[in-house]
Every structure is written in C-alpha cells, then in structure tokens.
Design a protein around this ligand. Structure first.
Ligand code: ZN
Length: 173
C-alpha cells in the first residue's frame, strides 16, 4: 500500500510548491538601481507575457504579437519611470488605456500601459527621473486583468525590454 499511497500524497505538495502566480523574490528590485535606470515596479512582481508571439488564452481582443513585457504586483501598485526623460503622453492612449510615455532621448521611448484611470501623477512636458512615480497599476484599455504593460521603443519600433533593461543591470526575470 505504501507504494501506491506515496505518489498520491506527494501530488498536492508538488502543486503547492510551484506557487503559480506568486510574485518572485527580487532582492535587487528597488525603484532606482544603478542611479540612471530603474525597475518600473518596486519589489517583487509576477511576470506576465514577454515580448513576441504571446496570445492570451480567453482574450479575443488582446494582441497576439506582444510588443512589451507584462508585469504585475496587483491593482493600485505604484508604477515608476524606468529612466530619466520627458513625459510625452499622459492619459488615454489607444489600446494601452491610461498610459504614460517617456522620451529618454537617443530615440528611446518607454511606455507604461493599462494604468488606473485618475491615477496619473505626471503630465505631458514633465521631466522625470528614474524611479519617479507615474501612476497606479490598472486594467484599462485592451487589458485582461491588472498589470503593467512595459514597452520600450527605439526609433518608433518596439524592442524587447528584457535585454534592454539587462544592459542597465536590471534583468527582468
Ligand atoms: Zn502587455
């Protein structure tokens, strides 16, 4: 009997151990790291869709070719500027919902999508530093649950945020 029972007992523990959806510990995730650039969310977060082909199961209006990197701490979590620059969008922005875009110069623009309506703490024309509070995580626009859509554009074309941020010593994992 012991041989039959042990796998059955082990299964619940194995599932619990996966901790699906639980934010991972990121000890280096502080708003400003390295002085110049920062994580857009401070502290532990859950990773959502990465860059590239990533259909959302159960969401017909969500894009399949994902142009950003999704991360979530929970509705209302503070979103931070990833780098220093000037705010060029603060408000409703197409399918990204309530959004902020920051022009960092050298053709680099970051976009923070799906923020809560009424949560923005910056306006167009503001100069912000890395780590500045922009607004709160939400579910506006073409979104499927509260999360931050973090997008990096180079000369108007979306690029993969992971290697981009890794160059600043800020790996998105
Ligand atoms: Zn996204």
């Amino acid at each position: 009997m012991a041989f039959i029972l042990s796998p059955l007992i082990a299964i619940p523990f194995a599932i619990a151990g996966q901790a699906v959806g639980t934010p991972e510990a990121k000890p280096q995730a502080i708003p400003v790291a390295g002085g110049d650039w920062a994580y857009p969310l401070s502290g532990a977060y859950s990773k959502g869709r990465g860059f590239g082909y990533n259909p959302v199961i159960g969401c017909s209006y969500c894009s399949t070719d994902h142009l950003g990197y999704d991360m979530a701490q929970g509705c209302g979590a503070t979103i931070h500027a990833a780098g220093p620059g000037r705010v060029i969008t603060a408000g409703s922005f197409y399918g990204w919902g309530n959004s902020v875009r920051i022009d960092h110069g050298d053709g680099i623009v970051t976009l923070y999508g799906h923020m809560l309506w009424g949560s923005l703490e910056v306006s167009v024309g503001d100069d912000v530093a890395a780590g500045a509070a922009l607004g709160a995580e939400g579910n506006t626009g073409r979104s499927f649950g509260c999360h931050l859509h973090f997008e990096v554009q180079q000369d108007g074309v979306a690029i993969d945020p992971q290697p981009f941020m890794a160059e600043f010593g800020l790996p998105l994992t």
